[in-house]
Design a protein around this ligand. Structure first.
Ligand SMILES: NC(=O)c1ccc[n+]([C@@H]2O[C@H](COP(=O)([O-])OP(=O)(O)OC[C@H]3O[C@@H](n4cnc5c(N)ncnc54)[C@H](OP(=O)(O)O)[C@@H]3O)[C@@H](O)[C@H]2O)c1
Length: 344
């Protein structure tokens, strides 16, 4: 048998018992799905204000892709300049509290929880207690695993930033995606008249989520999408702020959430700054947002799922070994809804 170097995960497992080791989806360097591997790594321990979650399910989202590729480059200031600081991928999580760190109130071993935990594509992940909420009875882990980023971002965009009201004419750009699916359902639930923008092959999906009409972005330009709108939730497409502003009704609200393909260095974030500046010269509300995951927001999305107001759409569930293929499917736009990793 080949000799193992001292201090490997296997050595530490022999010293501390097999529970010390867990399987995880990692990437040692930035790259595409081809750099993704599944390996044994050390199980993390919760620090003050944290809990260890035994992961039941972990939802993929676009941030997974940014963490994998290290793009836009600006993001490497936070993720690690030359190589990723954290090898384990994943953020959205649903599972059961396994250990509680010092100073955590309101969570106990055995509680079902959902939200975010850095490195959630693993059997165990450490989460800040403030980014988790209880998973209600009747909500499956695979659904709860889409709340922490996708659900919370849509909630913040539609309810908190755009303040969507009954009767508002709402345009959702990127309606077929993970965030967009939640946004369409939320806006429709609030009584808005929703136009969803997506590719032609997913118009049926977006209508099924409550959009009153759909538009194929490949064949219809923004000015012909049926405006003016009271609200635009801009999740994809990277349309110029000036064009978005022209599609808003007087007093209308724009919320920029995201958009891929905006450039290697900044990823299109400069549109946010342009929106802020353009907003100084118009009565229209031109805004943007970065979502932050809180217990209250996770709990609210979970409540909406329990009520049947929104239902996460799951394209596929895979095990850890299927992570690379699921990430590739997301990158190439083949998902209809979410991909979710489920632990065995
Ligand atoms: N601000 C924040 O806090 C925050 C939080 C989460 C995510 N984000 C960002 O939000 C964006 C979407 O994330 P996601 O997880 O929902 O990604 P996703 O699931 O991949 O969805 C993106 C969707 O955009 C659609 N799309 C592509 N080109 C389009 C165009 N020209 N016009 C309209 N729709 C278009 C795609 O539709 P088809 O597949 O039908 O082509 C796809 O369904 C990403 O840029 C992400 O980084 C921001």
């Amino acid at each position: 048998m080949p000799e193992r170097p001292a201090g490997t995960v296997e050595d530490r497992a022999q010293e501390q018992g097999p529970g010390f080791v867990m399987r995880a989806v990692t990437r040692p360097e930035y790259g595409g799905p081809e750099v993704v591997t599944v390996e044994d790594v050390a199980r993390p321990s919760p620090g003050p204000g944290e809990v260890l979650v035994r992961v039941g399910a972990a939802g993929l989202d676009r941030a997974t892709l940014h963490l994998l590729t290290g793009l836009p480059l600006m993001a490497r200031l936070a993720f690690g300049v030359r190589r990723p600081k954290r090898p384990v991928l994943g953020q959205q999580v649903a599972g059961v509290v396994e250990e509680v760190g010092p100073g955590v109130d309101g969570l106990a071993v055995g509680d079902r929880v959902c939200g975010t935990a850095a490195g959630s594509f693993a059997q165990y992940a450490v989460a800040k207690a403030g980014t988790l909420a209880p998973t209600p009875d009747g909500v499956e882990d695979r659904h709860a695993a889409t709340i922490g980023v996708s659900g919370v971002t849509a909630l913040a965009a539609v309810v908190e930033h755009a303040r969507v009201q009954r009767g508002d004419r709402v345009l959702v750009l990127g309606a077929s995606g993970a965030v967009g699916g939640y946004a369409v359902q939320l806006a429709a639930h609030l009584g808005a008249d929703v136009t969803g923008v997506c590719s032609a092959s997913k118009e049926d999906l977006v209508r099924a989520q409550g959009a009153h009409r759909t538009v194929d972005y490949a064949s219809v330009r923004l000015p012909a999408m049926g405006g003016p709108f009271d609200v635009i939730i801009d999740i994809a497409g990277n349309n110029p702020v000036s064009a978005l502003r022209r599609c808003l009704a007087p007093g209308g609200r724009l919320v920029i959430v995201g958009g891929e393909g905006g450039g290697r260095l900044l990823g299109g974030i400069e549109r946010n700054l342009l929106a802020t500046m353009a907003g100084w010269f118009t009565a229209k509300d031109l805004g943007w947002m970065f979502s932050s995951t809180t217990t209250a927001r996770c709990a609210e999305v979970a409540r909406l799922i329990t009520e049947g107001a929104v239902t996460p759409v799951i394209d596929r569930t895979v095990d850890l070994d299927g992570a690379a293929d699921a990430i590739a499917a997301m990158a190439s736009g083949h998902l209809r809804g979410h991909a979710v990793l489920e632990m065995q």
